[in-house]
Design a protein around this ligand. Structure first.
Ligand code: FE
Ligand code: FE
Ligand code: ZN
Length: 285
């Protein structure tokens, strides 16, 4: 199914609007030259998700197959916080998680990415326990979706800005085979992992603490903020503190080049088309 040619092709896309359904996403992806993408499962600030339109999904699956789309990433709303100190917020997180995973089965075998959470003063250890507890409630052996923990910048009381915190969550999850990691280049650089000057060292550390086999997707972003600032401000590729050279080394790294890369850069469709074309030109297949 996975031909040699596809295997050597850069898998790249951007975060797209889901307002026109799955076919709308597919059309935007084709327009910008993407073969993967990301979208929010519902309004990023929370709220109800739109009903799944089976016709729309059917059309999408045909387009995706015809154009050799690779696995995509669905992103949970930002308001989903499994380690809030408010029981209502934790209950909301659980309901959204269960509902989203159910809906993901209409498009089986893809990724569901979420921000681990903010412990809001309860402490990192308590946060880790609560995040793992939620995962143990919502994951099921039958699901075809892999759930991704996103690496965070460490702003506020965010959990998951170190590889050790991510692994501490995974350690406590029963269905580990349903869990992966999504590395956000802007976030890890802000969190103090120097992917610009020491990519090999960062990947060795990731491999030692988490294991590179857990790394399933990358959010490919430049950063507006300095190294180790714990700030989360994305920048267009090549215009930030990480820079084009480091990003080109990143997508070409032998341990990374097979992964899906999703741009979350501040851009419009034409801007993403330009970034994708620039990165394809700089990809050695
Ligand atoms: Fe995110
Ligand atoms: Fe991200
Ligand atoms: Zn971010």
């Amino acid at each position: 199914m996975f031909s040699l040619k596809e295997n050597l092709m850069l898998i790249i896309g951007s975060h797209l609007s889901s307002s026109k359904g799955f076919t709308g996403i597919a059309n935007d992806a084709l327009y910008i030259g993407a073969n993967t993408f990301q979208f929010f499962t519902r309004n990023p600030q929370g709220g109800a998700a739109k009903d799944i339109n089976v016709n729309d999904v059917q059309k999408f699956l045909q387009i995706a197959q015809h154009h050799h789309f690779q696995k995509f990433v669905a992103h949970a709303p930002y308001t989903l916080n499994p380690c809030s100190d408010n029981p209502k917020t934790r209950e909301f997180a659980k309901l959204v998680f269960i509902d989203d995973l159910k809906r993901m089965e209409y498009v089986p075998g893809n990724y569901y990415n979420f921000h681990p959470g903010s412990h809001v003063g309860q402490g990192i250890d308590q946060g880790i326990q609560m995040i793992a507890a939620l995962l143990n409630e919502v994951l099921s052996p039958d699901q075809s979706t892999t759930v991704l923990l996103e690496t965070m910048s460490g702003k506020g009381s965010e959990v998951g800005s170190t590889f050790k915190e991510i692994q501490a969550i995974i350690d406590r999850v029963n269905l580990k085979e349903k869990i992966g990691v999504c590395l956000d280049t802007c976030h890890v650089y802000s969190a103090g992992y120097d992917i610009k000057n020491n990519l090999d060292g960062v990947l060795e550390e990731f491999d030692r603490i988490i294991g590179l086999d857990r790394l399933k997707a990358v959010h490919l972003n430049d950063s507006k903020m300095p190294f180790a600032s714990n700030k989360d401000r994305h920048e267009q590729i090549g215009k930030g503190t990480i820079g084009l050279d480091a990003i080109v080394r990143f997508i070409n790294h032998p341990k990374l080049k097979h992964l899906p890369f999703v741009l979350e850069t501040p851009n419009d469709l034409q801007g993403w088309a330009d970034e994708i074309s620039l990165l394809r030109q700089n990809f050695n297949d």
